[in-house]
Design a protein around this ligand. Structure first.
Ligand code: HXC
Length: 516
């Protein structure tokens, strides 16, 4: 065949691949307000940078008339390109081709991308939109899923993996996003569940809508399966690009440093009045975090889940950090099961990818209750200790107010290998609150007192002035410095600069056994 003819055939094949399931199906997607796989990919990558891999690959199934339905590319667009100039790999399931269902060929294409990404040391973004296992292929498709899960697992901690759920993602298919580092969901047009509403109704007689069961808000606020909520496909892609800007390309790399015109030695006078004098009065920890980091740089993760804790990425002097904080506005900032999982998983991500962890602490303790105890708060709460203790990245902790009991130990204390521990003058570092402490240690004394209430108040005031302060901890070296809140940004940036070349290791082992 002459070159001209081959080129013509190539163009025809490429056009067929780019057309996916056809104009009508793409138009139907647009009517639903969602983009096609190719459009999503185009938005994700820097203009013109995307290189498609396996564009002409087809499935190998001949059953149920499938030999008549071979579309080049077969239900997934895979490849690589650049995002803000850095290499990123991606796959986008194409719902217009057999409902984006997963054939073994689709799985092979996704696995190829995951393997290339690991070798090249670049993040992977998976855009999920699929009716699940290609029913016509049976167990071959299931094998394909398992092969993807296996590669997701092997890539975990090697390159950042980001998933977006932009349509259906049901049954075992949801385990691929679940194995990745961050999950985005698009409001109203995506859902994820292991078993759908119909199965639930027939088994448990519960009635629940698809949206309530597995929609974007349910997974962002209730289950914590999703970390980010997007208003539309476009918004989702913009958010993914922003998240990537905080992440290194792989576990041997450091995050990109951005130009920063916010001075690192900026004094923040307004922080001197954020923590209320009455220690039972709540305040918004976002005010302290937002004022401390580079202006506008805080990107909250899990913003709708376990709101008694805050986690997210930010920059100081243009360098990316992970922020962990308690939030006194919700449950007084207590640690519960969900907050423990949220915090521990985030710290472990930061440690995998060389991002320093800065902790803002105001925590009265663990949340009491049978629900928490029977739900395993001991096991879940232990994850926070584990995550801080094993992390070898720079760790800086600032106690803004309460730091009581076990919560003192776990929230990035010196004893779990934090490098720099600071406290505001308003910090209260003690085994328990003054009222509880006096009731226990002076029970006999109070019984004998002529005026027990007056005596109790006297003892509470004495305990508070002696222990509900940062000074005892500072005397012991558990706190390196008590700082004026206005100095927060300066001190953190000095500590980060001092720790920039930190080297620390853990004992040799295959891997640890975090209490799951
Ligand atoms: C093959 C599929 C398919 C599938 C959809 N299609 N799902 N083809 N295998 N799993 C095809 C449809 O036949 C249709 O083809 C086209 O995709 C669009 O589907 P519609 O049903 O018209 O779209 P919609 O009304 O939007 O409904 C979407 C849907 C529904 C809710 C996802 O298609 C659906 O329920 N599909 C089956 C879901 C499922 O049971 N999957 C297997 C789950 S088990 P035409 O030619 O008409 O356009 C599983 C196990 C994984 O996934 C385990 C991993 C460990």
């Amino acid at each position: 065949m002459a070159l001209k003819d081959v080129l013509q055939e190539l163009a025809a094949r490429n056009a067929q691949a780019e057309g996916g399931g056809g104009k009508e199906r793409i138009a139907a997607r647009h009517e639903k307000g969602v983009l096609s796989a190719h459009e999503r990919i185009e938005l994700l990558f820097d203009s013109g940078s995307f290189v498609e891999v396996d564009k002409l690959r087809v499935h190998r199934c001949n059953d149920f008339g499938m030999d008549e339905q071979r579309i080049p590319g077969d239900g997934v667009v895979t490849g690589y390109g650049t995002v803000d100039g850095r290499t990123v790999f991606a796959f986008a399931q194409d719902f217009t081709v057999l409902g984006g269902s997963l054939s073994h060929t689709v799985a092979d294409k996704i696995c190829k991308i995951l393997e290339l990404a690991m070798k090249a040391g670049a993040p992977v973004v998976g855009l999920n939109d699929s009716g699940g296992a290609r029913i016509q292929e049976g167990v071959e498709s299931l094998g394909g899923y398992a092969e993807i899960f296996c590669r997701n697992t092997l890539a975990s901690g090697v390159v950042p993996q980001i998933s977006a759920v932009m349509g259906p993602c049901a049954g075992g298919a949801s385990y691929s996003p679940a194995l990745t580092d961050f999950v985005f969901m698009v409001d109203q047009t995506s859902y994820m569940f292991i078993t759908g509403p119909e199965v639930i109704k027939s088994v448990t007689r519960e009635t629940v809508t698809q949206e309530d069961l597995g929609g974007a808000m349910s997974h962002n606020s209730r289950s914590g399966v999703a970390h980010f909520l997007a208003a539309s496909d476009q918004d989702c892609i913009v958010q993914i690009r922003r998240l990537l800007s905080y992440l290194p390309s792989n576990n041997m790399d450091s995050a990109p440093v951005l130009a920063c015109d916010d001075p690192v030695d900026r004094v923040i006078p307004e922080l001197d009045s954020v923590v209320p004098e009455n220690s039972n009065q709540p305040y918004d920890m976002h005010r302290i975090v937002g004022a401390t980091v580079d202006a506008g740089s805080f990107l909250e993760v899990h913003a709708h889940f376990a709101r008694n804790a805050i986690v997210g990425f930010a920059r100081i002097g243009g360098r990316a950090i992970g922020v962990v904080a308690n939030q006194p506005l919700y449950l007084a900032g207590c640690l519960d099961i969900n907050a423990s999982n949220k915090i521990a998983r985030f710290i472990r991500f930061c440690d995998c990818f060389n991002l320093p962890v800065v902790t803002f602490e105001d925590v009265p303790g663990y949340l009491p209750g049978t629900q928490q105890e029977w739900g395993g708060i001991i096991r879940h709460g232990a994850k926070i200790v584990y995550a801080y203790a094993e992390a070898t990245v720079p760790k800086i902790t600032i106690i803004t107010r309460k730091s009581y009991g076990g919560a003192y130990c776990v929230m990035g204390s010196k004893h779990v290998r934090a490098d720099v521990n600071l406290a505001y003058p308003s910090a209260e570092v003690a085994v328990m609150g003054a009222d509880g402490a006096v009731n226990i240690i002076f029970r006999g004394d109070l019984k004998k007192a002529d005026d027990p209430e007056a005596r109790r108040q006297e003892l509470v005031d004495d305990y508070r002035s002696r222990f509900a302060t940062p000074f005892k901890a500072a005397e012991l070296g558990y706190i390196d410095e008590v700082i004026a809140p206005s100095q927060t940004r300066i001190r953190i940036s000095q500590a980060l600069a001092m720790l920039a070349n930190k080297k620390d290791t853990n004992p040799p082992k295959k891997h640890g056994n975090i209490p799951l």
